[in-house]
Design a protein around this ligand. Structure first.
Ligand code: FES
Length: 339
């Protein structure tokens, strides 16, 4: 849709006054408030979340811009929903390394969500972050509690938060009260492999076979078994998706990452390679950029037993491999060239 913006306005305030929603409240945390506005100068925020190609094509983020001269922008912002009281309220939370997302659902549809800065993986800080924010959403929609809460996220955060013995292969429903949460049930989707986020496993739902999914420094190949490689974390880098852009990234780590990726593509010859936004390395190797679906799939999981069963099936097929120090591997490592 096309929106005319008058001169001398703060773009975020202006769009909010027209009733449009900013996914993370305009806090500059999510990179999802994209607009087409080539006349606006790219900012640090644009460079952080957008690829060079997107910036060259005139894509910008809307939440940190001041518009000096009247312009017209293209965007597909959603209007804020009317505050109808949900009939079947559920909630989800995604606890990842770089953000926490909390959302409210009605009958499997997201009606509101907020994106917050990630908290350290400790039960108290994660639970306090979830409870205070979800209760704010409940108050906004006049709800006492959720029927079901879904928690997905990194292995260490789910482990810290639930104190369940991970890994777990089958998603399960628990009493929310046992976890001091404002709901009746708590659904924990499977977290079948150490060091992998259940938000990545969820992304594999409905993904065709022979697809390579690259998420941060983990690669998932959906073959006969779902093979997953996690090459570990660069201790100096909290943003593995920015691997090409981060100036202080350790070059050995980058080299190992690129070599592993190339090895993986050669070994499995995937039909399709997909990744998420701003993963510059993988974009350069021909991966298709797709939107993360974890929030929508989390929403569907609250109402669909079929999806839960499909997810369990995926989890039982997950195997983790560490690349062996074979000659083949060594030769790839030594001959690696940057993509
Ligand atoms: S609304 Fe999240 S970055 Fe703009």
């Amino acid at each position: 849709m096309n929106i005319n913006i008058p001169a001398n306005v703060n773009l975020k305030n202006h769009l909010e006054s027209l009733g449009y929603m900013f996914p993370c409240g305009g806090k500059g945390l999510c990179g999802r408030c994209k607009i087409e506005a080539p006349l606006l100068k790219p900012t640090k925020l644009d460079n952080r979340f957008l690829t060079k190609d997107q910036i060259d094509a005139g894509i910008r983020l809307a939440c940190d811009k001041f518009v000096e001269k009247a312009i017209s922008i293209e965007c597909d912002f959603q209007l804020k929903p009317k505050h109808n009281k949900p009939e079947d309220p559920c909630a989800y939370a995604i606890f990842n390394d770089d953000f926490t997302e909390i959302g409210l659902l009605d009958d499997g549809v997201i009606i509101d969500n907020i994106i917050l800065e990630a908290k350290e993986p400790s039960a108290n800080s994660l639970r306090a972050q979830f409870n205070s924010n979800v209760i704010e959403l409940f108050e906004k929609y006049d709800i006492a509690k959720a029927v079901t809460i879904v928690f997905i996220g990194t292995f260490e955060r789910i482990e810290a938060l639930t104190k369940l013995p991970l890994p777990i292969t089958y998603g399960e429903m628990y009493d929310a009260i046992d976890f001091q949460l404002p709901g009746e049930n708590l659904y924990i989707p499977p977290v079948p492999i150490k060091n992998i986020a259940s938000s990545d496993i969820i992304e594999l739902l409905d993904t065709p076979d022979n697809t390579l999914l690259i998420s941060g420094n983990s690669f998932f190949f959906t073959g006969h078994d779902i093979v997953c490689v996690n090459i570990g974390k660069n201790p100096k880098d909290n943003l593995p998706n920015n691997i090409n852009n981060t100036p202080y990234i350790d070059s050995d780590f980058k080299r190992a990452y690129m070599a592993t990726l190339k090895y993986f593509i050669h070994k499995f010859n995937p039909k399709d390679i997909i990744t998420f936004e701003n993963n510059q390395v993988t974009i350069n190797c021909g991966a298709r950029i797709v939107e993360r679906r974890a929030r929508y799939l989390a929403a569907e999981l609250t109402i669909s037993n079929r999806k839960k069963a499909a997810l369990n099936k995926i989890a039982t097929r997950c195997v983790s491999i560490s690349l062996p120090e074979t000659d083949e591997w060594q030769s790839f490592f030594t001959n690696i060239k940057d993509y």
